[in-house]
Design a protein around this ligand. Structure first.
Ligand SMILES: [Zn+2]
Length: 254
């Protein structure tokens, strides 16, 4: 660590999505200064970064300009993941690849796996944490991610922390995943209790393309999961979806 801090700082990897937003509010409510990192990695739904700006502006009004006076920094960093994978068939990176519709844990959702996305992002975050003397790095992996996304599983988190400890002498930052065993409905409930502005978050993998504009498609894996999380949590969903029906056709297996 190169500096000593008066208050703990957390370096958070945040997308424009609701889980990331709840994560940021969770650490702010716990009294951490925040250094938030979002990434343009060549994703088709880069629109999510506009929404990251929106909810972080709201968070800043409440926690930075309010009584707590937390320090809140946000940066968007570029990662050349898409350009390192020019032949990728990943549906999040390749314009020609159709977005799979259905439930988040369906086999078809494996086309949305971006190789080594979280380790790439977390290593940037750990580097920032090292430089700023922050003890905590975190991201919003949750239980629903485990089936499809290997870099959201406990085994990955443990291995990554072992790597951080081995890669530098001295006290390494630790990756925390407070939602690792939460369902997305539990994250939604936690967010509601923290008065999180869900309407300022963006999940849809279509990213406003194909004429969706500011609407979520309502049918891609992350839209379906988002809709069910609010329904299961018993919360009203402020999201505007292009497809209003949520039924068996969308592959939700409750
Ligand atoms: Zn969608």
């Amino acid at each position: 660590m190169t500096t000593t801090r008066e208050r703990d700082q957390a370096v958070l990897v945040v997308s424009g999505g609701m889980d990331s937003c709840v994560l940021a509010y969770y650490y702010a409510a716990a009294g951490f200064d925040l250094h938030l990192l979002s990434f343009d990695y060549g994703q088709k739904h880069v629109k999510e970064l506009e929404y990251a700006h929106k909810y972080i502006a709201r968070l800043r009004e409440r926690f930075a300009q309010g009584e707590q006076g937390l320090r809140v920094q946000h940066e968007i960093l570029s990662l050349p993941i898409a350009s390192l994978l020019p032949d990728s068939t990943c549906a999040l990176l390749n314009d020609e690849e159709p977005m799979p519709y259905g439930h988040y844990s369906d086999e078809s959702m494996k086309t949305t796996v971006v190789p080594y996305r979280n380790p790439n992002m977390l290593l940037q975050a750990a580097t920032v944490a090292w430089g700023e003397g922050a003890s905590v790095v975190a991201y919003a992996a949750h239980q629903g991610d485990h089936a499809i996304y290997p870099d959201c599983r406990p085994a990955f988190v443990n291995a990554f922390n072992a790597m951080l400890a081995a890669a530098m002498d001295g006290p390494a930052p630790i990756v925390q995943t407070p939602f690792l065993q939460f369902s997305k409905a539990q994250i939604a409930r936690l967010g509601a209790s923290l008065d999180v502005p869900f309407e300022l978050t963006w999940s849809c993998y279509e990213g406003g393309r194909k004429g969706y504009g500011e609407l979520h498609c309502g049918r891609c894996g992350t839209c379906v999961e988002r809709r069910w999380s609010f329904a299961q949590a018993g919360l009203s969903d402020p999201t505007h979806y292009a497809s209003e029906a949520l039924d068996e056709d969308e592959g939700f297996h409750a």
